[in-house]
Design a protein around this ligand. Structure first.
Ligand code: 13P
Ligand code: SF4
Length: 335
C-alpha cells in the first residue's frame, strides 16, 4: 500500500483501517516485528490485558516516562493515549514513536486547551505552573513542573511555601493535593470522564455486600468517592497496596484494566471493579480501549501512526518533564 494512502487512512480513522489475516497469531507476529525493528512496547495499566501481556514494560504514567527516557531501542510503540506517546517523543526525540491509534485521546487533556490556559495563566504572573502529565505537549510548554499521580505530592512539596501555584488540568487531583499538602492552589476546572463518574452510592452498596474489602481509589476521583477509600494512589500505588495488604478482597475505584495485573500478582485475592453512575458494572476508558492487538500489529508493521512534534515544542516541553524526573529521582521514586 502506498504511503500516501496509509497516511490518508490514519488521518481519517486515527489508525490503519486495513484487513488483517484472521489466521495470524498476532502475539507472535508482534514479537517478531519488535525484534526485527529493535522496538520496545510500552503499555499503560489501562490497556487490554492481551496488550499488557505482550508489552516489554507495563506501568503508570511516571514509570512509562522513565522507561521511555531510558530505553536504548530505535523505536517505541506506545500502547496508551496520545499525551503519553507525546511524552515519550519529548524524552526520546531521536526515536520513532508509534501509537496504535492516533485518536486515543484523553478527556482530561482535552479539557485544558493551551491557548485558553495561556490567557488564564496571565492572571497569575507570579505563580508556578504545575501540570499533571495528562495534558498536551503544547500545555507542557506553558508549564514549570510536570507531575504524575505517583509524584504529585513530592512535586508540590518541592515548591517554596511562599510561591503561589496554578495546578492544571485536573480539579479532583488538585483538590486531593490541596488536602494532602496543605497548600492552596489555583485549580484549572478539568476532570477525567472515567474517574468523575464513579457512583458513591453504588460503591457504598458494594461495601455493605463485602464488609471485609478494602476500598482503593485513584486521586482523579471526586472527593465524595475518595472519602470512602482506605488507600488513595496512582495505578502502581494501588497495585503495590494490593500486594502488601493482608486483605483478601478489594473494591478497585479506577479504570478496570488495572485488575489484570492485580489478579496476576495476587492469586487467591478478589478484585471487584467499582461501578460508574450508569448501568455498567465496571468503568473503562474509551480512549485507552481504542488500542487493540490488531492496531498494535499494524502500527509496528507499517510504522504508522507516528507521533511528530516540532523541535520547539520538544525543547520547551522537555524542561517541565525533566524537572519532574529530577524531583522523582531525588525522592527515590524509581521503576
Ligand atoms: P497513573 O497510571 O499515572 O496513575 O494515571 C492514571 C491515568 O488516568 C492515566 O490516564
Ligand atoms: Fe484520560 Fe481519564 Fe482515560 Fe486516563 S482514564 S486517559 S485521564 S480519560
Amino acid at each position: 500500500m502506498e504511503m500516501m494512502t496509509k497516511q490518508h487512512l490514519v488521518q481519517q480513522n486515527g489508525f490503519l483501517d486495513i484487513e488483517v489475516d484472521p489466521s495470524l497469531d498476532l502475539s507472535s507476529e508482534i514479537i517478531k516485528l519488535k525484534k526485527e525493528k529493535k522496538a520496545v512496547i510500552l503499555a499503560h495499566y489501562y490497556q487490554e490485558s492481551e496488550i499488557q501481556d505482550i508489552a516489554d514494560f507495563v506501568g503508570d504514567s511516571l514509570q512509562l516516562s522513565q522507561a521511555a527516557a531510558k530505553t536504548e531501542a530505535d523505536m517505541i510503540a506506545f500502547a496508551g493515549v496520545h499525551f503519553m506517546a507525546e511524552t515519550a517523543k519529548i524524552l526520546s526525540p531521536q526515536k520513532k514513536v508509534l501509537i496504535p491509534d492516533l485518536k486515543a485521546g484523553c478527556s482530561l487533556s482535552d479539557s485544558c486547551p493551551a491557548p485558553l490556559f495561556a490567557k488564564f495563566k496571565e492572571k497569575y504572573p507570579d505563580h508556578i505552573v504545575v501540570s499533571y502529565v495528562n495534558c498536551s505537549a503544547e500545555l507542557k510548554t506553558l508549564t514549570d513542573i510536570c507531575c504524575t499521580s505517583s509524584n504529585a505530592v513530592h512535586v508540590i512539596n518541592s515548591i517554596p511555601k511562599d510561591r503561589g501555584i496554578i495546578f492544571a488540568p485536573d480539579k479532583n487531583l488538585g483538590a486531593y493535593l490541596e488536602k494532602t499538602t496543605g497548600r492552596n492552589m489555583v485549580l484549572w476546572n478539568g476532570a477525567c470522564m472515567v474517574h468523575e463518574i464513579f457512583s458513591r452510592e453504588r460503591i457504598v452498596k458494594l461495601m455493605h455486600r463485602h464488609p471485609e474489602a478494602k476500598v482503593i481509589a485513584h486521586p482523579e476521583c471526586e472527593e465524595a468517592v475518595l472519602q470512602l477509600a482506605d488507600y488513595i494512589g496512582s495505578t502502581s500505588g494501588l497495585l503495590n497496596y494490593t500486594i502488601k495488604s493482608e486483605a483478601k478482597e478489594f473494591i478497585v475505584v479506577t479504570e478496570a484494566g488495572i485488575l489484570h495485573q492485580m489478579q496476576k500478582a495476587n492469586p487467591g485475592k478478589d478484585f471487584i471493579p467499582a461501578p460508574p453512575n450508569n448501568h455498567c458494572s465496571c468503568n473503562e476508558c474509551p480512549h485507552m480501549k481504542r488500542n487493540t492487538l490488531e492496531k498494535l500489529y499494524l502500527c509496528l508493521k507499517y510504522e504508522i501512526p507516528e507521533i511528530n512534534l516540532s523541535e520547539k515544542v520538544i525543547t520547551d516541553a522537555r524542561t517541565c518533564i525533566n524537572r519532574m524526573l529530577e524531583i522523582s529521582d531525588k525522592a527515590g521514586l524509581k521503576i
